[in-house]
Design a protein around this ligand. Sequence first.
Ligand SMILES: NC(=O)c1ccc[n+]([C@@H]2O[C@H](COP(=O)([O-])OP(=O)(O)OC[C@H]3O[C@@H](n4cnc5c(N)ncnc54)[C@H](O)[C@@H]3O)[C@@H](O)[C@H]2O)c1
Length: 372
Amino acid sequence: MMAKKTASQTAKKKVGRINNAAETLDGMTVLVCGGAGFIGSNFIHYLLGKYPEVKIINLDKLAYSGNLDNLRGIAKDPRYTFVRGDIADPTKINSIFKKFKPDYVINFAAETHVDRSIHVGALEFIHTNVVGVFNILEAVKATEHIKKFVQVSTDEVYGSLPLESEEKFRETTAFAPNAPYAATKAGGDVLCRAYHSTWGIPAVVTHCSNNYGPRQYPEKLIPFFVLRMLEGKTLPLYGDGRHVRDWIYVFDHCRALELCLLRGVPGAVYNIGADNEMSNREIAALILGHFGKDDSSIEFVGDRPGHDRRYAIDSSRIQKELGWKPTYRFEDAFRETIIWYTDNRKWIESVRKKTGVFNPHIDLWRKHNIKK
Ligand SMILES: NC(=O)c1ccc[n+]([C@@H]2O[C@H](COP(=O)([O-])OP(=O)(O)OC[C@H]3O[C@@H](n4cnc5c(N)ncnc54)[C@H](O)[C@@H]3O)[C@@H](O)[C@H]2O)c1
């Protein structure tokens, strides 16, 4: 019987394969996990638009936020294959790796809604955001030819910054997640670190700030507020509405992720943000202004437990090392985003039909805890 390789023998072998990425994704097979959701579907559109000879395999479980309508225009593109499956199912992951032999892997698949992690429970989050990432890492470890694995993560793993400070999250900022969602994302991220340190897995982790753009499931702030305006309803704001997020247009994020696939240093972490801090109240005011409404359409509701006050990203590392910078003007991209939702009522209605009421917990809170 052949002796089993020790962990350190395997590690040496894997470390030897770092930095073998190409400068183009043409001719490459990219496995996109979670490509039917908001950012993943925009990323697939972005890659297919840019690379005439890329092959994309989209593995998605089609959880409530996964939507094949997001990919309708490219469903018959010969460069694109959809496979329904769960990243937390190791048999499925292994069979995909075996069948399609991806050169690159990028993981968007996640349970992503902070409120659900609080009101519905964290088990699904642990299942997908930790066990799912573990399965992908195991599959990458068992495959010699993977050039890069990018784990798409969030700035929420760093916790909260004071409103008054100028401080920003750097790649060296210690993790301090406050919501179960953020804690499970942090779990996936540190697994990537450990798999790189132990076995030389070419994993790169990204921490991006809040995205806006087309095809976002309407429980998230911007599409939710646009929808409320279209329905002639008020905009419910948590707490005092002064919570600050650093907003980035989804296609700027997609370009950053493409560079991480191509040029990201295995084992590295990159923060991605567009230096565009805005409070939820300011976002609400912009949406109200677009629809010719004023502050009287804002309704302050009780705050979310553990609600992080401020996120701000220092993205100087990815700018300096990978040559990325945000290119979209907020005013233009934000207006385009509102118009996309107002022009795509069919898309909204089909999502609504599938999942029912968006953010039902807000109505419950309104009853008990209205704040002036
Ligand atoms: N939206 C943001 O502002 C933002 C900001 C920073 C980071 N991120 C990260 O980007 C990634 C994508 O976010 P999004 O906003 O596009 O989320 P999303 O909820 O729109 O999409 C998630 C996708 O993953 C799929 N999925 C869920 N569980 C799965 C499983 N077990 N197996 C296979 N597929 C599964 C869903 O069906 C869906 O298509 C997430 O990892 C999130 O943490 C998002």
